[in-house]
Design a protein around this ligand. Structure first.
Ligand code: ZN
Length: 328
């Protein structure tokens, strides 16, 4: 998904004025020079709101990136026009964010009694807004798995991905039934994120006969069987839209050798040089071609093929694919 929302101007003004009041309150504990510099920045932002130039770069008059403005309402320059020192600081922040995010991803292959998994995750920028997790239960007899897509891009989306990871990891320790796990995760996500942000998500848990699956507005998962392929329609609302959201679970019976595949729309909406979309059809064909070689071959096959399909064009969105296979 790609839309990024910025607070409307009338909401920004009180936020900036609050910054001003906090600065004045802290006046006694900081140097006068430092304080005056910060106050000048705040007043300049208020002026920009008044004269209508707020949100445009002082150097090129182009729009400042929405996610950067959302994080720092005092931002004066677009990424292209930061000075060398600011740019270095920005790059170091991103590198740190990448390291933090990489540590949050699960091990590449996690297995539990009778189940194998594999995933591939390729963010569009240094940090990603796809959420991907695989967690074995305490007795290692079942697996929880999830793949989500945060609306928006860049650092703001990656922070929410980090947040979603923390929410699910904490809730998983409570060993809740899947509908309750989803309901609580939605409430926590809703209460702690701006109401402009949400995440589509498909999550499930392995059982003795297949998987219990909940689809909160996410791309249709693929079920690969030895003789046919099925798509699972999306049922629920994305996480974070309505605090009281309820989530339906459906059981999908899987025989030995069958797989369930989750992916983000960065795969199916990837475009080639002529603007054609990768689409479900090609995804299914690649999965079928690799089905007999196991979960790792399927996940790697899809990502590799989507990258080849895109060619030299820019990667527009995060690409993630997660395969859960019931072992032979
Ligand atoms: Zn600029």
């Amino acid at each position: 998904m790609s839309e990024v929302s910025v607070s409307p101007i009338h909401e920004l003004r009180p936020r900036i004025i609050e910054k001003r009041e906090r600065l004045e309150a802290a006046a006694r504990s900081v140097s006068a020079e430092y304080l005056n510099g910060l106050l000048a920045e705040v007043d300049a932002a208020l002026l920009r709101i008044d004269d209508g130039s707020y949100g445009t770069c002082e150097a090129c008059h182009g729009a400042i990136e929405a996610d950067r403005l959302a994080q720092n309402p005092l931002e004066r320059f677009c990424l292209d026009h930061l000075n060398a020192e600011q740019r270095r600081a920005h790059e170091q922040d991103l590198e740190l964010a990448t390291q933090i995010q990489t540590r949050l991803l699960p091990a590449r292959e996690i297995a539990a009694e009778g189940w194998r998994t594999h995933y591939r995750y390729q963010p569009a920028g240094m940090v990603g807004g796809d959420y991907c997790d695989i967690v074995a239960s305490a007795d290692e007899r079942s697996l929880f798995f999830a793949l989500g897509d945060i609306a928006g891009k860049g650092v703001a989306a990656s922070l929410l991905m980090t947040h979603l990871t923390a929410i699910f990891r904490s809730l998983l320790s409570l060993d809740l039934p899947l509908p309750e796990l989803m309901g609580r995760a939605n409430r926590l996500f809703c209460e702690s994120t701006p109401d402009t942000h949400y995440a589509t998500l498909a999550a499930g848990r392995t059982t003795e006969t297949g998987v219990d699956l909940c689809n909160a507005g996410h791309c249709r998962p693929v079920v690969l069987r030895c003789d046919r392929t099925e798509m699972v329609d999306s049922g629920g609302l994305p996480l974070g839209l309505f605090c009281g959201g309820q989530y339906a679970i459906r059981h999908i019976a899987l025989d030995r050798g069958d797989s369930l595949v989750l992916y983000s729309d960065g795969i199916t909406e990837a475009q080639d040089a002529e603007g054609n979309e990768y689409a479900e059809q090609r995804l299914i064909a690649v999965l079928q071609a690799h089905a007999e070689q196991g979960a790792a071959a399927m996940a790697g096959g899809v990502l590799g093929d989507a990258v080849r399909f895109r060619g030299s064009g820019p990667q527009q969105d995060d690409m993630t694919v997660l395969v859960v296979t019931r072992q032979e």
